[in-house]
Write a protein that binds this ligand. Structure first.
Ligand code: B12
Length: 215
């Protein structure tokens, strides 16, 4: 059931203000009112963090405000993670996710991980600044159907290409589907580096992952 956006306005406001206790309490209230964890992410946390990014770009916010908002998000995930895990029975597929080498941005990637978990996928999150070798080791460790690469800097976007080239060199590109995302990434760029798919938002990454599995 789609939840009217105004029902989550208190949560969005608390995240934007980086108010951790208010964010946690708004998340509990929303869940008690029957808001689904995935809707809380796609209609609450995602738009709030997009607004935080905008305020930063406009010079209204500085790094401390960003980090407070990120912390509020992380605390909400502590509540959501067990609920998201409960939702599905047998995972649809195993996704390995990480922010590429040299890049420390993880807010968007964490949202993608949470949405995928909510959408019935098992997610191994390798974190940030992930080298191609670490991605390859994760794919070799146990069966993986999809690898998701995130990059937020124009200077680290080439690391997506390097990672895909390393998959090819290791002979594992044919076994996996690769999806990419992050603010500077476009579908054209994704295609140019040999990725199988791109999505602009965390919510859309779930549909993308499903399409990649069917392909
Ligand atoms: C928060 C932030 C930080 C935080 C990061 C905290 C953290 N834990 O992530 C801190 C303060 C640490 C930081 C550091 C830096 N940052 Co910064 N940062 C941002 C900011 C304001 C917001 C990013 C964000 O979280 N957005 C909100 C999330 C929800 O959106 P998102 O990440 O795009 O993710 C969504 C989609 O892209 C998609 N998605 C994301 N990943 C994936 C992956 C897959 C597989 C898929 C399918 C989808 C997908 O789904 C998400 C949800 O819908 C942006 C500005 C902006 N508006 O983007 C600058 C920005 C990205 N940073 C920038 C810069 C320059 C830096 C620094 C170099 C600054 C410095 N001089 O030190 C360092 C770099 C550190 C490093 N090595 O990585 C620049 C990049 C410019 C460029 N052209 O490359 C930006 C654009 C700001 C600016 N305008 O100057 N930053």
């Amino acid at each position: 059931m789609a939840i009217p956006m105004q029902d989550l306005s208190a949560l969005r406001q608390a995240v934007i203000e980086g108010d951790v206790p208010a964010s946690v309490s708004a998340a509990h209230t929303a869940l008690e009112k029957g808001v689904q964890p995935v809707d809380l992410i796609s209609q609450g946390i995602s738009p709030a963090m997009a607004e935080v990014g905008k305020l930063f770009e406009e010079g209204e916010y500085f790094v401390p405000e960003l980090l407070m908002a990120a912390r509020a998000t992380k605390e909400i995930f502590v509540i959501l993670r067990p609920l998201l895990a409960q939702a599905g029975s047998k995972p649809m597929a195993h996704v390995v996710l990480g922010t590429v080498q040299g890049d420390l941005h993880d807010i968007g990637k964490n949202l993608v991980a949470a949405m995928l978990e909510g959408g019935g996928f098992e997610v191994t999150d390798l974190g940030v600044d992930v080298t191609p070798e670490t991605f390859i080791a994760a794919v070799k460790k146990r069966p993986v159907q999809i690898v998701g690469l995130s990059a937020l800097l124009t200077t680290t976007m080439p690391a997506m290409k390097t990672t895909i080239e390393a998959f090819r060199a290791a002979g594992i590109q044919g076994q996996i589907k690769i999806m990419v995302g992050g603010a500077p990434v476009t579908s054209k760029y994704a295609e140019s580096i040999g990725a199988d798919g791109y999505s602009e938002t965390a919510a859309a990454s779930v549909d993308l992952a499903r399409r990649l599995l069917e392909a």
